[in-house]
Design a protein around this ligand. Structure first.
Ligand code: PLP
Length: 509
C-alpha cells in the first residue's frame, strides 16, 4: 500500500519509477498507487460527511477566507497525498454540505452514488468526446443515451442532441442555431462565414419576464444585444401570458422588427412555473419562430409518473435544454441540448484536419465535436447512464414526485400559521417562495434578510433569498428526496423563533 511507502524511506528511484507512481497504467505499481489514493480520499470524504451534522459550519466568510489563503499552494519536493488530504478535509469541513437534508437553497442537488462511481470511471479513462479516436465506444454510448432521451421527450426520429456543461450552454446553443437558421432561410445568409447580416439589428427573441437570465446573456454574446430580448408579461402564476405574447408580436410587426425565436421556460428558477408550452408552440408555428424550451429545471418530470403531463408541448420544440445536475441528481457538470431536426447542427460544423476531417465522415466515423460548441468534452453521459440503469426509471420518478409532494405539504403547513405568506401556494415543481411576517413589524424585508443569515450561521439550514415585487423573500428549493415534512416543520419552527427574538431585540440576535 502506498501510504506505507513513505517517500523518505524509499530507495533512490530512477525517473521512470517516480513517474510510475503518478499514473495508473499496466504495471502493478501504478494500479496500487491509484487504489491507495482512492481509498484514502473516499475515506476522508465519508469521514467529513459523518462528522458534519449540519449543512454549514456557521463560520464567517472572513475567517474561512483567512484559513484558505494561508494554505500552501505547492512545495518544491511535493508531499504525500495523505498530507494534502488533511488540508482538503479542513476545506470540506468549511464548505456547504449539499448532501444535507437542510441544504435547500438553490437548484443544487445531492449527487447520486452511482453517479459518483461513474465520475471515477470518467476521470480515470479521461475520454474526450470531440473525436472518435479519443472516445470510440463512449461516442456511441452518448449517442444512444441522447436518442433514448429524445424518445422520452417525444421528439421525432430526426431528433438528436449532445451533452453540455449545463443550461447556460444549452440555451446559448438553442439561440445560436435559431439565429443562424433564420438568417439562412430569410436572407440566404451564412452567419458562420460572413458574420451578422446587415439587418441583424432588427432580430428579436421573445421570452417571459421570468425566463432565465442566460437568454439575455446569449443574445448579448450572439451579437444581437440584450435589447433584442422582448420580455413578455406573466400571469398570476408566473407563467408567460399568451395575451401579452400576441400583443408583443403585433407590436413587433408594426415596428417592422423581426422576431425569430420564442423561449418557453419549463420550470422558472424562482417559482418552478411552467409556461403554456402547447399554446406557445402554436404561436411559434403561426409566426414562423424557432421554439426553444428551457427545461433546465422542469425537464426532470420526464421520468415522473404523476407529473409527466406537465411537459405537454415540449415535444413540439425546435430545441430543448435539460440539466441533469439539478433534478436528475448528477454531480456538476451534466446537461444536454436536444434538437428536433439534427440537420440544424450543420450550423456548428467545422472540419479540422487534425480532429474531424471530412474523409473520416465519409468512412462513417462519428465525431461528436460536430454537435457541440465545446471541443475537448467530458464523458458526462456515463454518469446519467449508470444512474438510470442502477436506480431505475420508477424510483427516479418517485424521487421527483416526492419532492413535488413535499413542496405542496410545505405550502399547506405554512398557510396554517399566520407567520408565513406563501408567494406560490400551488408550486408546479418543488420551489416555495415565502415571507416570514411579524404581526408588529411593518417592514419585514430586513427581518427576512436577518433570518436568512441567522439560519445559515447557526448551521440550522441553508436557505435561499430572493426578491418578489420589490420585497425580500425566503425560498426553499426542495430537491433532496430525503428531506421530510418533519424536517420542514422543524425549520419553520426555527424561523418563527428567530423572527420573534429578532423582533424583541430590535433586529439583532
Ligand atoms: C439553472 C438554470 C439555467 C442555467 O443552467 P446552468 O446549468 O447553471 O448553466 C438555465 N435555465 C434555467 C431555467 C435554470 O434553472
Amino acid at each position: 500500500m502506498l501510504s506505507a511507502i513513505n517517500k523518505k524511506t524509499l530507495p533512490e528511484s530512477t525517473h521512470e519509477d517516480a513517474f510510475d507512481r503518478l499514473f495508473i497504467h499496466e504495471k502493478i505499481s501504478g494500479q496500487q498507487a491509484y487504489l491507495q489514493a482512492v481509498d484514502d480520499t473516499k475515506k476522508m470524504i465519508a469521514d467529513t460527511i459523518r462528522v458534519m451534522k449540519v449543512p454549514y459550519c456557521g463560520e464567517s466568510a472572513a475567517s474561512i477566507e483567512e484559513m484558505i489563503r494561508g494554505m500552501r499552494m505547492a512545495t518544491e519536493g511535493g508531499e504525500d497525498l495523505q498530507e494534502v488530504l488533511k488540508d482538503v478535509e479542513k476545506m470540506l469541513l468549511h464548505s456547504i454540505q449539499v448532501n444535507h437534508k437542510a441544504c435547500i437553497a438553490h437548484l443544487h442537488c445531492p449527487p447520486l452514488i452511482p453517479a459518483l462511481a461513474a465520475e471515477m470511471v470518467i476521470s480515470a479513462y479521461n475520454q474526450s468526446m470531440d473525436s472518435w479516436d479519443q472516445s470510440s465506444a463512449a461516442t456511441y454510448l452518448e449517442e444512444e443515451l441522447i436518442q433514448w432521451l429524445c424518445r422520452r421527450l417525444g421528439l421525432e426520429s430526426r431528433a438528436d442532441g449532445t451533452f453540455t456543461s449545463g443550461g447556460t450552454q444549452s440555451n446559448y446553443m438553442g439561440l445560436l442555431l435559431a439565429r443562424d437558421a433564420f438568417c439562412d432561410k430569410h436572407w440566404n445568409w451564412n452567419v458562420q462565414k460572413k458574420g451578422l447580416p446587415p439587418s441583424a439589428g432588427k432580430l428579436r427573441i421573445l421570452c417571459s419576464k421570468e425566463a432565465h437570465f442566460t437568454v439575455k446573456k446569449s443574445a448579448s454574446q450572439l451579437g444581437l444585444g440584450e435589447e433584442a430580448v422582448i420580455q413578455v408579461e406573466t400571469d398570476s402564476s408566473c407563467r408567460l401570458s399568451l395575451t401579452d405574447l400576441e400583443q408583443k408580436l403585433r407590436n413587433l410587426k408594426t415596428e417592422n422588427l423581426l422576431p425569430f425565436a420564442l423561449v418557453g421556460t419549463c420550470g422558472t428558477t424562482d417559482f418552478g412555473s411552467i409556461d403554456p408550452l402547447n399554446e406557445m408552440a402554436d404561436a411559434a408555428r403561426t409566426n414562423g419562430l424557432w421554439f426553444h424550451v428551457d427545461a433546465a429545471y422542469g425537464g426532470a418530470l420526464l421520468l415522473s409518473k404523476n407529473e409527466f403531463y406537465k411537459l405537454q408541448g415540449i415535444e413540439r420544440a425546435d430545441s430543448v435544454t435539460a440539466d441533469f445536475h439539478k433534478l436528475f441528481y448528477q454531480p456538476i457538470s451534466c446537461g444536454a441540448f436536444f434538437l428536433k431536426d439534427k440537420r440544424n447542427f450543420n450550423y456548428l460544423n467545422y472540419h479540422a484536419d487534425y480532429l474531424n476531417p471530412e474523409e473520416d465522415e465519409q468512412e462513417g466515423l462519428r465525431h461528436l465535436v460536430n454537435k457541440s460548441v465545446q471541443t475537448t468534452r467530458r464523458f458526462d453521459a456515463l454518469k446519467l447512464f449508470m444512474s438510470l440503469r442502477s436506480v431505475g426509471i420508477k424510483q427516479f420518478g418517485e424521487m421527483v414526485d416526492h419532492t413535488i409532494e413535499l413542496a405542496l405539504q410545505t405550502s399547506k403547513q405554512m398557510q396554517k400559521s399566520s407567520g408565513f405568506t406563501v408567494i406560490n401556494p400551488l408550486p408546479e415543481l418543488n420551489a416555495i417562495v415565502f415571507r416570514y411576517e411579524h404581526p408588529v413589524v411593518k417592514d419585514n424585508c430586513e427581518l427576512n434578510r436577518e433570518i436568512h443569515r441567522a439560519m445559515l450561521h447557526s448551521g440550522k439550514a441553508v436557505l435561499a433569498k430572493t426578491v418578489h415585487k420589490g420585497r425580500v423573500c425566503l425560498k426553499f428549493t426542495l430537491l433532496n428526496p430525503r428531506t421530510s415534512i418533519e424536517d420542514i416543520k422543524e425549520m419553520l419552527h426555527e424561523i418563527e423563533e428567530l423572527g420573534e427574538s429578532l423582533h424583541r431585540n430590535g433586529g439583532h440576535l
